[in-house]
Design a protein around this ligand. Structure first.
Ligand code: HEC
Length: 279
């Protein structure tokens, strides 16, 4: 059965020509904003009058200077208000939620959607894997002027959509009404740096790492110094080649932000959501 199908597939490939098949398989980008969904093929973005070449110093995905063909992110976001929130969903489960004001800016830190051309593929992200950061990758010029962190450079983007802010959609992430300022600041640190990969109380969009409150909160089973060490450099606490969590060095996350983040995490240990029973 499978053999027949495979052979049939082979015959079809020959009949249609490989290029037609390759073009049909090209992943598209869906942008859903202001109540309207638009699907873009890489070639249609690259053909926009606003398409340009951007030179990115010290690119986040490739860790070196890169040059990309790209369109200004703002050009894809017609009808979006500055106080909206945009969600970038990547094909690997990473989900960045970014304030629209950052993406609409035309000066200071400016966001571009880099598009991988079919005839000029980008390099692989890792030597042992075939995948690149493409076909769609959010890059920034002058990121330091907007306080843009590495978690705000989503790559392998499949969808962009406007959504209510994270806390509106996931109230189980919110600190209690009488929480200290440090806890509130810590929530903001969590939202920007951690919610792109982790849920907390099962709230959040991303599914890359484990939930950070249920069944157990890391502050309940890790010493504070070990947890600080893990966040600063996960590999310095537990080392294995397939680990995916990035290091948050002091230039990305100050000591005070880290302290605030831990205040938020330990506060949430007393505000657990009910977890569905294990199957
Ligand atoms: C790019 C995705 C990503 C980001 C961003 C990220 N993590 Fe992780 N994290 C992971 C993954 C995946 C794991 C599981 C171990 C691994 O593969 O590295 C993990 C593991 C952990 C663990 C260990 C849990 C355990 O018991 O083993 C803690 C604690 C943690 N992350 C906290 C954080 C905090 C706090 C932040 C924000 C400062 C953060 N992570 C940001 C992906 C991420």
């Amino acid at each position: 059965m499978f053999g027949t199908l495979a052979r049939l597939g082979g015959a079809l490939l020959l009949a249609l020509g490989c290029t037609a098949i390759a073009a049909a398989a090209e992943p598209n980008l869906t942008v859903t904003v202001a109540g309207r969904a638009t699907t873009y093929a890489p070639a249609s973005l690259l053909g926009m009058p606003a398409a340009t070449t951007v030179n990115v110093a010290n690119d986040v995905a490739y860790q070196r200077d890169m040059s990309f063909r790209a369109v200004p992110a703002a050009n894809l976001l017609g009808g979006v208000a500055p106080d909206d929130t945009l969600r970038f969903v990547a094909s690997d489960g990473f989900v960045a939620t970014l304030p629209a004001s950052l993406l609409l800016a035309r000066s200071g830190a400016v966001a571009y959607l880099a598009v991988e051309p079919a005839d000029a593929r980008w390099p692989a992200l890792k030597p042992d894997s075939p995948t690149s950061a493409g076909p769609f990758y959010l890059v920034w010029l002058n990121p330091e002027r907007g306080g843009i962190t590495p978690e705000q450079w989503p790559y392998q983007v499949a969808r962009i959509e406007d959504v209510p802010p994270l806390l509106k959609r996931y109230p189980m992430l919110a600190p209690g009404a009488s929480a200290h300022d440090a806890v509130r600041r810590g929530y903001a640190v969590f939202e920007k740096n951690c919610s792109v990969c982790h849920t907390l109380n099962l709230g959040g969009d991303a599914t890359v790492g484990p939930d950070l409150n249920v069944p157990y909160n890391p502050t309940e089973y890790m010493r504070v110094d070990a947890l600080r060490r893990l966040i600063r450099n996960p590999q310095s606490l537990r080392r294995w080649p397939a680990a995916k969590m990035p290091a948050f060095e002091a230039k990305l996350l100050s000591d005070r932000e880290l302290t605030d983040l831990l205040a938020y995490l330990s506060h949430m240990a007393d505000r657990k959501a009910a977890v569905p029973a294990l199957k």
